[in-house]
Ligand binder design. Structure first.
Ligand code: ATP
Ligand code: MG
Length: 298
């Protein structure tokens, strides 16, 4: 991974798989930052390894989509008033314009708040083994990619970098964050998923599932943070091909890095260093990310 760039007025404190976090350079030691800069890179990972090269434009597209959703989900313009971490009027350094946002520094809750409206991925794997997802019992006879009777909250424990997130029960969320916050993140997650799924449906898209992260502000308000409803945190499918497709791959052609995952599965045995992504895989992935942003925000 290349070193995160130096930005005047900001000190780099952390890099996740995709984002670089900064705090104000004049922040006194051992204090929680009231504002942070989140810079979204073009980095791409799959099967929990970083890949090369990056996907040109990805960081900007993810940022555009997150900001668009945060805005629609906030109080303005008849939105549902979901509190989020964005400080909209703050200045972003010119070097990272378009791919960065200034946010309120929150105490993050250690739970990945996943909502599934459709059965696939790790949910499908668990269902095949036990007919449950995160301990929630589901009807029998469901197939990969099927719509669920109703959206379900299927949290995961946020694993340290390099480890897989682990699906957990709601009771485990209660142990981790307490009853009030557990109930709040579940209610907010289901509310935001439903609202976003309706918006996506108006544009011919299925929001199959998505993952939210929440944090607490100084008043203990549960606040939507990180990225929201992007191609990295969500599975979006084309509603028409989902309805008419004859194979799982057709039905669930997604707007994310599935192209990368499929190529990697066919060309790498998941040991040692992964191969360089070929130029056409990179280009097709970049196009797919762009298509999603255009279809949603047009
Ligand atoms: P991945 O999302 O790929 O599983 P990751 O979450 O470690 O891995 P990034 O998304 O690249 O990596 O990094 C963003 C980090 O910033 C996450 O740890 C996230 O919890 C944290 N974060 C997001 N918003 C805030 C906020 N408002 N205050 C404090 N931390 C935040
Ligand atoms: Mg993340």
């Amino acid at each position: 991974m290349t070193a995160p760039r130096e930005l005047a007025g900001w000190t780099h404190i952390y890099s996740g798989k995709v984002r670089d976090l900064y705090v104000p350079a004049d922040l006194p030691p051992n204090t929680r930052a009231d504002r942070m800069l989140v810079v979204t890179s073009d980095r791409v990972s799959s099967f929990d390894v970083m890949l090369s090269p990056a996907i040109p434009g990805k960081g900007e597209l993810l940022t555009t989509l997150s900001l668009w959703w945060f805005d629609r989900l906030s109080g303005g313009d008849g939105g549902p008033g979901i509190p989020n971490h964005v400080i909209a009027d703050a200045d972003v350094p010119a070097e990272v314009a378009g791919r960065a946002m200034v946010v309120r520094g929150l105490q993050m809750l250690p739970v990945e708040c996943v909502v599934r409206g459709y059965l696939t991925g790790s949910g499908w794997a668990e269902y095949q083994a036990s007919q449950t997802v995160c301990g929630i019992h589901l009807p029998d006879g469901l197939h990969n990619g099927d719509r669920l009777p109703a959206p379900i909250f299927t949290p995961a424990f946020k694993a340290p970098m390099g480890e897989h997130d682990e699906n957990i029960s709601f009771d485990r969320v209660v142990e981790l964050v307490g009853v009030p916050h557990a109930e709040k993140v579940r209610a907010l997650s289901l509310q935001v998923y439903q609202r976003a799924a309706d918006t996506a449906a108006e544009r011919g898209l299925i929001l199959a599932d998505t993952k939210f992260e929440f944090g607490l502000d100084d008043d203990d308000t549960v606040t939507l943070a990180d990225e929201v409803l992007t191609a990295d945190s969500s599975r979006y499918w084309d509603a028409e091909t989902w309805r008419t497709g004859s194979t799982p791959a057709e039905r669930m052609a997604s707007f994310d890095k599935q192209i990368v995952r499929d190529w990697l599965s066919a060309n790498w045995d998941k040991t040692g260093t992964p191969p360089e992504l070929p130029a056409d895989i990179v280009a097709r992935t970049a196009t797919r990310y762009r298509e999603l942003v255009e279809r949603l925000t047009a």
